[in-house]
Design a protein around this ligand. Structure first.
Ligand code: MN
Length: 241
């Protein structure tokens, strides 16, 4: 059987005091990849960007995980007062990794912060703070309402005849939501494939690549209880290798 090594990007934590910092990743990412038949391999958040190619050379697919905000300087903006925490080491490695993976046409699955990195890698921009820059009646940050990570809180509406539609077999999906940012200007070559009812972008694809799919929600957290979430990981791992 072909090897299916899936690189998953990690975060820096705690973010104060680099000497005590750790590399972290929520457990459900590795579990969801394993359940789908892939072999998870963690990639550190690091400023050694010259290693980006070396990481990719041992991978068959790349999974960009969720996390804190991307520094607005990466898309040519100054920090909004409501910008959240940032992780400069993570930005440093994830952007070149993503650009190289796209160049090499390596299968790529981007989750939450990951879809934001994907968009920036293709010269798109973000809402730095949804509540102040694009208010909505939908609570996209369910952490504020203390709703558990595996619980779904809003629906997304999926465009027909897209990969996402093909995977989940429906034009609707109930998702969780843990983002205070979202895609604003769409990166070159990306197609929007799902919106929330308030118009916020919840998924994108790049039709000209072998496999590039990004979602704003967290299917790894719902994979244990939701078939559509599991199907997302199964489709990605199947496309790899
Ligand atoms: Mn949402």
């Amino acid at each position: 059987m072909a090897r299916k090594i899936i690189g998953i990007t990690c975060a820096t934590a705690p973010r104060q005091g680099l000497e005590s910092a750790r590399q972290t990743l929520n457990r459900p990412y590795a579990w969801a990849v394993e359940q789908a038949g892939g072999v998870p391999l963690f990639i550190p958040a690091t400023s050694y960007t010259e290693n980006a190619n070396a990481y990719l050379s041992v991978l068959d697919g790349l999974l960009l995980s969720g996390g804190v905000d991307v520094s607005p300087s990466q898309y040519g903006e100054e920090d909004d007062p409501e910008l959240g925490e940032v992780d400069p080491d993570r930005d440093s490695i994830e952007l070149p990794l993503t650009r190289l993976a796209l160049e090499q046409d390596m299968p790529l699955f981007a989750i939450c912060r990951g879809v934001q990195i994907l968009n920036i890698a293709l010269c798109g921009t973000l809402y730095q703070d949804l509540p102040s820059q694009r208010g909505s009646w939908i609570q996209h940050q369910q952490r504020l309402a203390a709703i558990p990570r595996h619980c779904v809180t809003h629906t997304i509406h999926i465009e027909p005849d897209t990969r996402l539609h093909q995977i989940v077999g429906s034009t609707r999906m109930a998702t969780n939501s843990f983002h205070h940012q979202a895609l604003k200007q769409i990166g070159a070559g990306l197609c929007v494939t799902a919106h929330a009812r308030d118009g916020i972008i919840e998924a994108v694809e790049s039709p000209k690549h072998r496999y590039v799919l990004g979602v704003q929600f967290h299917p790894e957290e719902t994979a244990a209880v939701d078939e559509k979430s599991r199907l997302l990981f199964e489709d990605f791992v199947r496309a790899v290798g």
